[in-house]
Design a protein around this ligand. Structure first.
Ligand code: FAD
Length: 392
């Protein structure tokens, strides 16, 4: 057993932990990053990699928009393996009611400086010829992008390592509190700052963290370049209710630089199994085929699952953990952790360094939940109304 001292110890080498390590080392801190598997192997490897501005709440908008801008700044430095591409999102309206929602969304974005353009039915058909006929139109958000998340996480971990971060890969944090992180081989890492960035497993290290696993499935097809051209997301959540309590599916398709189409998405609480659920996959693909019938002819070559880290109010936990003055949270990103990883790191490092944060941090502070009532009080998962502007 050995003992080492750092300025900060981060548990979890997903995209969030890697981004935090890169940001903290930029401030001159001596950082240890501990990953039990390989870098970027958790939800980061399972995620869709849609970098998307969302407007479910002002706080969600602020975090996603700011982070998207950080991705734009980083994009030029990413290697081709990260497959960053600003393909834009098409929010698809199936009927006039959904077209009205597209119009509302456009106004919201336009008022806040996010380019967004309404497409007629004919414009949509020209932009995405494999969609079914008869759709009402769409909202194009051209600055949204896609990235290959595990490669992006590795890029951030390498930046952190080049700035002096010590990587502990294949090591698990067994306990983390009061300035000490105990590893599975008995090594002790001591630091005044401990960061829980283990995603959906966060409560294993910090009991009481209001995070639940929310399972998702994705399917990837064989290569057919140009089959899908933008990230496609249905606005039909208005009726299909990609709800917070029940199992749900929604149409979501992404063009990969490889020419493959990545198809999602499903959401399930209460399933701890990593296995593929054939009923969920069938429902998800049936939904996709409603929008894009031609998908049926593309061979699916792989199906996988992953766990999103869901919080009761759909906002991540970024900041100090009230019960332990050495402990900080960087978790709870649900279906937006690839998008918001860079902003999370910026907000967390600003708080730790006690400097001005680029956007207000208050909506994301863990202190908004009391640990004893987080899962039972008015903000509980059960009490949350379905508000399903959830994409992937
Ligand atoms: C199906 C699906 C689709 C998604 N699509 C998108 C999308 O399009 N856009 C988007 O922005 N987000 C998306 N997400 C969400 C996104 O993938 C996650 O929010 C993000 O990857 C979370 O990153 P993380 O670093 O917090 O967690 P993780 O990537 O899970 O990283 C946590 C790491 O901690 C490690 N770990 C766990 N326990 C320990 C321990 N005790 N000690 C050491 N290490 C430990 C794990 O091995 C893991 O590597 C999607 C998620 C899913 C499941």
């Amino acid at each position: 057993m050995s003992k080492a001292r750092f300025d900060a110890v981060i548990a979890g080498g997903g995209i969030v932990g890697a981004a935090c390590a890169a940001a903290l080392t930029l401030r001159g801190m001596k950082v240890a990053l501990v990953e039990r598997d390989v870098m970027g192997s958790g939800a980061t490897a399972a995620g869709m990699g849609h970098i998307v501005v969302m407007d479910d709440s002002p706080a969600q908008f602020a975090l996603t928009r700011y982070s998207q801008q950080l991705w734009q700044e980083l994009a030029g430095a990413l290697s081709f393996r990260a497959e960053y591409e600003a393909c834009g999102t098409l929010w698809i309206a199936a009927d006039e009611e959904e077209m009205a929602e597209a119009g509302r969304k456009q106004s919201y974005y336009r008022d806040r400086g996010v380019p967004a353009q309404l497409l007629s039915a004919a414009d949509l058909a020209a932009a995405e010829p494999n969609l079914r006929a008869g759709l009402a139109g769409a909202l194009l958000v051209p600055e949204d992008a896609v990235v290959y998340p595990p490669a992006a996480a590795l890029h951030l971990a390498k930046i952190a390592q080049a700035r002096g971060t010590s990587l502990y890969v294949g090591r698990s944090v067994k306990q983390m509190a009061a300035g000490e992180a105990l590893l599975d081989n008995g090594d002790l890492l001591c630091a005044p700052i401990l960061i829980n960035a283990i995603g959906a497993s966060a409560p294993e290290l910090t009991p009481g963290v209001p995070v639940r696993k929310r399972k998702g499935h994705l399917v990837i097809t064989d290569r057919q370049p140009g089959f899908v051209r933008h990230q496609l997301v249905e606005l039909g959540y208005l009726k299909s209710a990609h709800s917070v309590t029940a199992d749900s599916v929604a149409f979501n398709a992404q063009p990969r630089k490889t020419g493959q189409a990545l198809i999602g998405s499903s959401r399930q609480f209460g399933s701890e199994s990593t296995g593929v659920d054939p009923a969920m996959v069938s429902a998800m693909l049936a939904r996709a085929a409603e929008y894009m019938p031609a998908l049926k002819v593309l061979p699916a070559i792989r199906i996988w699952t992953g766990f999103r880290a869901a919080t009761p109010d759909k906002l991540p936990l970024i900041g100090p953990w009230p019960a332990d003055s050495t402990l900080w949270m960087a978790t709870g990103h649900e279906g937006l952790g690839i998008t918001t990883s860079l902003a999370t790191a910026a907000l967390l490092s600003a708080q730790i360094a006690e400097t001005d944060a680029p956007i207000p941090v208050e909506p994301y502070l863990p202190a908004r939940f009391s640990s004893s009532t987080a899962l039972l009080g008015p903000n509980s998962f059960a009490a949350r109304k379905p508000s399903a502007k959830e994409t992937s």
